[in-house]
Design a binder for this molecule. Structure first.
Ligand code: 5GP
Ligand code: ZN
Length: 115
């Protein structure tokens, strides 16, 4: 279901332009507008889910699908050295867009723990 007030729903719908990497019936992948690593893209469900806390028994299949798609896109992007998958949930984690999304960051070594 689309939320007309949601930035990422608008990106999925093409109302806001994005640099698309991949799309299928369930998910959409595009480069982050403010990359935090040499490669930084987002994979999102096409349906509106508010974030990790919005995942339910009814809609969780799309999350499994996204995790099947991520390695394929990462390989196509040349991330043979590895990559990080991040989903910020809520204010403490720094979530700014309330539509479930997975950041894929790669192309450099990363520290742990995150700040
Ligand atoms: P969050 O902060 O919620 O974890 O991640 C939201 C991400 O969306 C941020 O990394 C931010 O740079 C990215 N972002 C915000 N607005 C846009 C946009 O209009 N286009 C694209 N491609 N990325 C966006
Ligand atoms: Zn949305």
């Amino acid at each position: 279901m689309r939320d007309d007030n949601c930035l990422f729903c608008k990106i999925v719908g093409g109302d806001i332009p994005s640099n698309k990497l991949y799309e299928d019936e369930l998910c959409y992948a595009f480069y982050d507008i403010a990359p935090q690593a040499p490669t930084h893209f987002l994979v999102i469900p096409k349906t509106h889910i508010s974030g990790c806390n919005g995942v339910t028994e009814e809609n969780s299949a799309v999350v499994a699908h996204i995790f099947e798609v991520i390695p394929r896109i990462a390989a196509a992007e040349g991330l043979a050295g590895g990559y990080r998958v991040v989903s910020n949930c809520g204010a403490d984690a720094g979530q700014t867009v309330p539509h479930l999304h997975f950041h894929i960051l790669g192309g450099r070594a990363m520290g742990w723990p995150p700040g």
